[in-house]
Ligand binder design. Structure first.
Ligand code: SF4
Length: 482
C-alpha cells in the first residue's frame, strides 16, 4: 500500500506522451466499454454525462489499457494505491494543479502540518475538473472539531471492557437511529480498517478526527477511547439496543474501508440478530467520490442475505459533491445496488467553492439544480438531504435563499427533484434541524461587529432554540433581513 503507484501512472503517461488525466480517461474508456451496461450508457447519453472514448493514436497500447481497466473495475485497492497523496506526490500535484505553484512554500507547510491530501484517480479525470475542487487543499483552513456532536456527552453510548471505557455509538435522545461510528485506531494499511477516510474532501464534514487520522476522544482521562475490535463494538451495540430504535446508520471515516470479512463477521452477523432492527444504512463517500470499485458482489451478498433472512432493509447514504460525480462507473454501481433492492440516498454537503458560492448565487443555483436533476433523472432518487457545511463555509442566509428559489416556489422544478430535507447539523441536544424558506421568517438575526460574527437564533420544532454562528461576510450577511 505504501508503494507510490501514482509515480507509475506518471511514468506511463510520460512514455506515451500524454498527461495523467488523459491516461486515466483512456483506462476508463476500456473499462466502460467492457463493464458498463447498455441501460447506463443510454442514461449517460440522454443526460449528457461524458463517456470517455478510446483514442485511436493510443491503440498500440491497448493491451496495457485492457489490463489496467480490469483493475480499474474490480480492485478498490488499486484505486487506493494510486491516489495522489500529500507530500509524497508534491511535484506531481504541482504539475497537475499549477495554480498552487506561486503558493508552493505555504502549501508544503500546510500539507506537512495540517492537511491530509488525498485525491483518488477517478477525480483526476478530465471530466471531473470541477468536482476535483472538493479535494483540493484550501491553504490555512483548519477543520472544526466534532461539528455534528457525535461526542456530545448526552448522546454518546459508552461501554467498558478490561482495558477501560470505549465508545459504542451516538444516539441523540428520542432519535430512532443509532449512529454507529466505527472507531478502530488508524492503521497504516487502510484496508484493515480505520477511522480515517482516504477520500479526502477538503471540508470533511466528519471533522477533525477523520482529517487528522485520529480516534474519537470522549473522556479526557482515557485519551484514546476506541474499540480495538469492531466485533466488540457491534456486540456492545447489540447489547445496549433500545426497543424504540429501529434504524442503524454505519459511519466512519469511511466504513467501507473494512474488508468483506470484517463486514460479515464483525458487523452484520452480530447486528442482524437485534429484534428491533428494521433498517440498516451505510453512510459512504466511496460510491460517488472515487471508490466505486469497493461495491463488489460479495459485499452485496452479505447485505442482501441479512435482508432476505432477517427482514432488515438496506440503504446507502451516498456523499455527492458535484454533478460531475455522476460518472458512468458510479451510475453502474448505483444501478447494481438498486437491482438488489438497496436504496440509494444521495446527500450533498454544501461547500463554498465546490457547489456553493456565497457571492454568486446564480452559479450556485445552476450547480445545485443540475446535481438535483441528475440524481432524479439518472439515479431515479431525489436528493435525500442537503447539508449546510458544518465547517462554516456557506452562509445560512444564502443557503436558505437558494433553497427558497429552487425548491419552494413550485415553479421551475418538478416535485421529482425536490430534496427530501435540507438539514442543519448541530451538536445541540435536540439534534439536527430541517430548514425551509419559512425559516427565514422565523430566525432572529444579530450581528456582532466587534467579533465579526453573525448570530442566528432559530426556533427548533422540538420547542427549543438553536444558536447558529457564522463569520460576518461583507455584502452577504451583514444586513438584517433578506
Ligand atoms: S467522504 Fe465523508 S468522511 Fe470521507 S473525506 Fe469526504 S466527508 Fe470526510
Amino acid at each position: 500500500m505504501s508503494k507510490n503507484m501514482l509515480k507509475y501512472f506518471h511514468q506511463q503517461s510520460q512514455k506515451m506522451e500524454i498527461d495523467i488525466p488523459t491516461l486515466i480517461d483512456e483506462i476508463r474508456a476500456y473499462a466502460i466499454s467492457k463493464y458498463i451496461s447498455p441501460t447506463v450508457l443510454k442514461l449517460c447519453e440522454k443526460n449528457k454525462i461524458p463517456i470517455p472514448q478510446k483514442t485511436k493514436k493510443l491503440l498500440k497500447y491497448s493491451s496495457y489499457f485492457e489490463e489496467e481497466a480490469k483493475k480499474w473495475w474490480h480492485s478498490y485497492v488499486y484505486h487506493l494505491s494510486n491516489r495522489l497523496e500529500g507530500i509524497k506526490d508534491f511535484d506531481i500535484f504541482l504539475k497537475l494543479f499549477p495554480q498552487y505553484k506561486t503558493k508552493k512554500i505555504k502549501l508544503r507547510k500546510y500539507l506537512e502540518n495540517s492537511y491530509d491530501l488525498s485525491i483518488l484517480p477517478l477525480n483526476l479525470s478530465k471530466h471531473l475538473k470541477n468536482a476535483v475542487k472538493n479535494h483540493l487543499p484550501e491553504i490555512g483552513f483548519i477543520s472544526k472539531q466534532d461539528p455534528y456532536g457525535i461526542k456530545n456527552k448526552k448522546s454518546v453510548i459508552l461501554d467498558k471492557n478490561e482495558r477501560g471505557t470505549f465508545y459504542v455509538a451516538t444516539r441523540k435522545p428520542k432519535y430512532a437511529t443509532y449512529l454507529f461510528v466505527l472507531t478502530v485506531p488508524w492503521a497504516k494499511d487502510p484496508t484493515k480498517g480505520t477511522f480515517m477516510c482516504p477520500i479526502g474532501c477538503k471540508h470533511c464534514y466528519r471533522g477533525f478526527e477523520t482529517r487528522h487520522k485520529q480516534n474519537i476522544k470522549i473522556i479526557k482521562k482515557l485519551q484514546d477511547i476506541v474499540s480495538s475490535r469492531i466485533s466488540e463494538q457491534s456486540r456492545s451495540l447489540a447489547k445496549k439496543w433500545k426497543e424504540e430504535i429501529y434504524d442503524i446508520l454505519v459511519s466512519g471515516g469511511e466504513p467501507l474501508l473494512f474488508n468483506n470479512k470484517t463486514w460479515k463477521e464483525d458487523i452484520v452477523d452480530i447486528i442482524k440478530h437485534v429484534p428491533h432492527l428494521y433498517s440498516f444504512r451505510i453512510c459512504t463517500g466511496a460510491l460517488a467520490l472515487g471508490l466505486f470499485a469497493r461495491i463488489d458482489n460479495e459485499l452485496l451478498r452479505i447485505l442482501t442475505n441479512m435482508r432476505d433472512e432477517y427482514g432488515i432493509q438496506i440503504g446507502f447514504n451516498i456523499h455527492i459533491a458535484h454533478w460531475e460525480n455522476l460518472t458512468p462507473e458510479m451510475i453502474e454501481k448505483a444501478y447494481l445496488l438498486q437491482k438488489h433492492n438497496i436504496r440509494i440516498m444521495p446527500q450533498i454537503p454544501l461547500v463554498e467553492g465546490v457547489n456553493f458560492w456565497n457571492h454568486d448565487l446564480d452559479k450556485t443555483i445552476e450547480t445545485i439544480r443540475k446535481t438535483s436533476r441528475l440524481c432524479a433523472f439518472v439515479l431515479n432518487e431525489p436528493v435525500y438531504k442537503y447539508i449546510l457545511d458544518m465547517q462554516g463555509s456557506v452562509s445560512l442566509l444564502q443557503a436558505i435563499k437558494v433553497y427558497r428559489y429552487l425548491f419552494d416556489r413550485h415553479q421551475e422544478e418538478s416535485n421529482i427533484i425536490r430534496p427530501i430535507s435540507f438539514e442543519l447539523f448541530t451538536s445541540h441536544d435536540t439534534g439536527n434541524m430541517n430548514l425551509s424558506y419559512h425559516t427565514l421568517y422565523a430566525i432572529q438575526h444579530n450581528i456582532d461587529k466587534k467579533k465579526k460574527e453573525v448570530i442566528y437564533t432559530i426556533p427548533h420544532p422540538a420547542g427549543t432554540k438553536i444558536i447558529w454562528k457564522e463569520k460576518l461576510l461583507k455584502g452577504i450577511n451583514d444586513k438584517i433581513g433578506f
